[in-house]
Design a protein around this ligand. Structure first.
Ligand SMILES: [Zn+2]
Length: 74
């Protein structure tokens, strides 16, 4: 799996919508790739914060875009 594939599947991974083979592939990639690992951690934290503050799973698209720009991600 390369970075593009990993990032494309990241949301599904966090939503646990993938089969166990794909999950294993992503986890292997995250262990080897710091870049994708920090993206995954960022998304995970973002979700935790959102769940705590407003009970929703996903940030509004414009907020997500702003945060990603801010962090130079995606
Ligand atoms: Zn990567």
């Amino acid at each position: 799996m390369n970075c593009t594939e990993a990032v494309e599947k990241l949301w599904q991974y966090l939503d646990r919508e993938l089969d166990s083979d794909t999950v294993a592939e992503i986890e292997r990639h995250l262990q080897e790739c710091r870049d994708c690992f920090s993206k995954a951690e960022f998304e995970r934290h973002l979700r935790l914060i959102l769940r705590r503050s407003c009970g929703c799973e996903q940030a509004p698209p414009e907020l997500r875009a702003r945060l990603h720009r801010l962090l130079g991600m995606f």
